[in-house]
Ligand binder design. Structure first.
Ligand SMILES: [Zn+2]
Ligand SMILES: [Zn+2]
Length: 272
């Protein structure tokens, strides 16, 4: 396997995973990975559909850090473990996000849009009463708002995440349809020296492409973007590094020769 680092995964510290951290580590070792970065969910002011879910994505970062340090030492020499977070970005959380992201010594921060203008694109109600294109457009525009709000992150996560959930998913979706907004997002990322992740988690959603799609990756590269991390978005050990062989082919086809890893927020590049 050309890619030896999985930079997006969740354990039981995330509200939607029950995987023990140690099992994720053991699987990473079994797969022969050099490093794995935990990116637990921290989604402040998340919009919960069920009252029982309230607070599900408020990360107990102290407990997470406690276990992380324990395992980092235990498995040193076998695999490098990195302390990351997947931070849900919403424009109105400007101050909270700035404060939180500085409060811990993270190795890596993924900025992700899971909530768009106080609505969850994972639910059918997000698409009701309008065209799929209008809904996708609103999602991409909210990323631009987010980028004006917050920049203490390393990569933007699964940029076209919304196409996992639309009525026809990515069947009628193309980069060209949203080129005006997407190009502005990519230009902003490059200007701020931020990267993008190639998220292979789409394998679980029957999509044509990973997130983001190849046309977006190609455009990011054409515009001079160089910082790409690869993440499986695993919530179970069996999903770690899933699709990484294909990810290496996709990146090569898009013109990339290197992928990035981060330690203490500093990028290091590795040949694909
Ligand atoms: Zn995510
Ligand atoms: Zn995730």
């Amino acid at each position: 396997m050309a890619i030896k680092s999985d930079y997006h995964m969740h354990t039981s510290f995330s509200g939607d995973s029950t995987a023990p951290m140690e099992q994720m580590i053991l699987k990473g070792i079994e797969l022969g990975l050099n490093s794995i970065c935990f990116t637990e969910h921290m989604d402040m002011d998340f919009v919960y559909e069920q009252p029982s879910e309230e607070g599900m994505f408020d990360l107990n970062t102290d407990s997470y850090l406690y276990d992380f340090i324990k395992y980092k030492e235990k498995y040193s020499g076998q695999i490098q473990l990195l302390f990351g977070v997947e931070l849900g970005i919403q424009a109105h959380l400007k101050r909270e996000l700035a404060l939180y992201s500085k409060s811990y010594d993270f190795d890596f921060i993924i900025a992700s849009s899971h909530i768009c203008n106080k609505k969850d694109p994972g639910y059918a109600s997000f698409y009701e009463g309008r065209s799929e294109e209008e809904a996708y457009r609103e999602y991409f525009l909210s990323i631009l708002d987010n980028l004006k709000t917050f920049d203490n992150f390393d990569v933007y996560g699964h940029l076209d995440y919304v196409v996992r959930y639309g009525p026809t998913k990515d069947a009628g979706y193309s980069y060209e349809q949203y080129r005006d907004i997407l190009d502005e997002i990519l230009e902003t990322l490059i200007e701020k020296e931020k990267g993008m992740e190639l998220n292979t988690g789409a394998l679980g959603y029957q999509l044509r492409d990973f997130n983001p799609c190849m046309a977006i990756l190609k455009k990011y590269h054409q515009l001079g973007g160089e910082i790409i991390t690869i993440g499986s978005d695993a919530h179970t050990p069996s999903a770690i590094a899933r699709g990484f062989q294909r990810a290496a082919e996709v990146l090569t086809e898009c013109g990339f020769r290197y992928y990035a890893t981060f330690e203490k927020r500093v990028a290091e590049f590795h040949r694909i």
